[in-house]
Design a protein around this ligand. Sequence first.
Ligand SMILES: [Zn+2]
Length: 382
Amino acid sequence: MLIAIAAPLSAQDTTKAADPVARLVARLDLERYKATIKGLTQFGDRRQGTARNRAAVDWIEQQLRSYGCSNVARITYQFPPAQQEPRPPRDTSRAAGGGKIRGLRAPTGVNTDSLRQPDAKLRALNAEPTSPGQRQEVYCTKVGTGHPNEMYIVGGHMDGHGWGEAANDDGSGTALVMELARVFSAPDVKTERTIRFALWNNEETGSQAARAYIEQRQALQGKESPAGSGKYPEPKWLGMIQHDMMMFDHGMPLPDGTMRKEQRAEADVNIEFQSNSKMAAESQKLAWIFEAANEKYATDYPAAVGPHMTNTDSGPFQDLIPAISLRENDRGVQIGNGWDPQWHQPTDVFATYNDKDFRLGLNAAQTTLGAVAGLTGATVSK
Ligand SMILES: [Zn+2]
């Protein structure tokens, strides 16, 4: 029998009660987080370049507005882009991102066979193939009161593939970002610095929305517009924090190729930076701030910091600004070795997961909310 370790904030704990960050973290809730993931799954696998993907972008925008995060905007771009940068060849003796491959491995890949989805309704929902053309991604912004010209970007990717519901990849990260947008947008919450909540599209094809965002907005950073208005359409980027696949840490594949049925007791939130990037020192510093926030504010699961961030929307930012990603496992040496059997598969549906899985995602939300609230000087007036 397991002992529940997630206790609500104790009334006697006056130190914690006085901490505005703890009060904000307490506004996160497992059932709400699950409901937001469930809402995203109504659009199937949300594959980029389909009507179901566009409907999901619209739905996310409606949700953000309903939270009071009203500074909603979109980035528009083309996919495929006119010029695709060829990917440099990578050293396959190492894991993606540069880590050392160890232990038992299981196969990975992207499912492209509709018939492997046993649910006929979901199969029909996912039937439309992708077609080239215009794409959009949506974001909203909490404007800082003291330093509106400086911001942190909190991101997750809303597209998926594989003929499932993209519940974990990346409904879990998208819902985390949406839940943070909800908490920070409450009328009684103020932040000194600005926070932008970005739901990237086209992550699964190489982070083209994040690249389009950089291309279109990098030069606008820190400029007041109109002059004298006190408004900064693109505040200076202080950091980019990405969330991808937040829920499933059942450990290494077992010798017979199967997986443990339950979340492992040692499950953790993996915070990664890329040691082979121009901003490695600054990114590592940011990662440790998140680790400390996890120790202070996350109720159930610890965090681990690693140096091999890869294959995610914070990648395009890693040579420009401090950039980290949060995940259920290390992307290279763990997910890349088959630690998540639902990854890009028909089984990545809401019904696959139980509360221990959802709770790992909630702990990542507590970690990021705690860290970002501290970094932006959040206060609560009520
Ligand atoms: Zn993903």
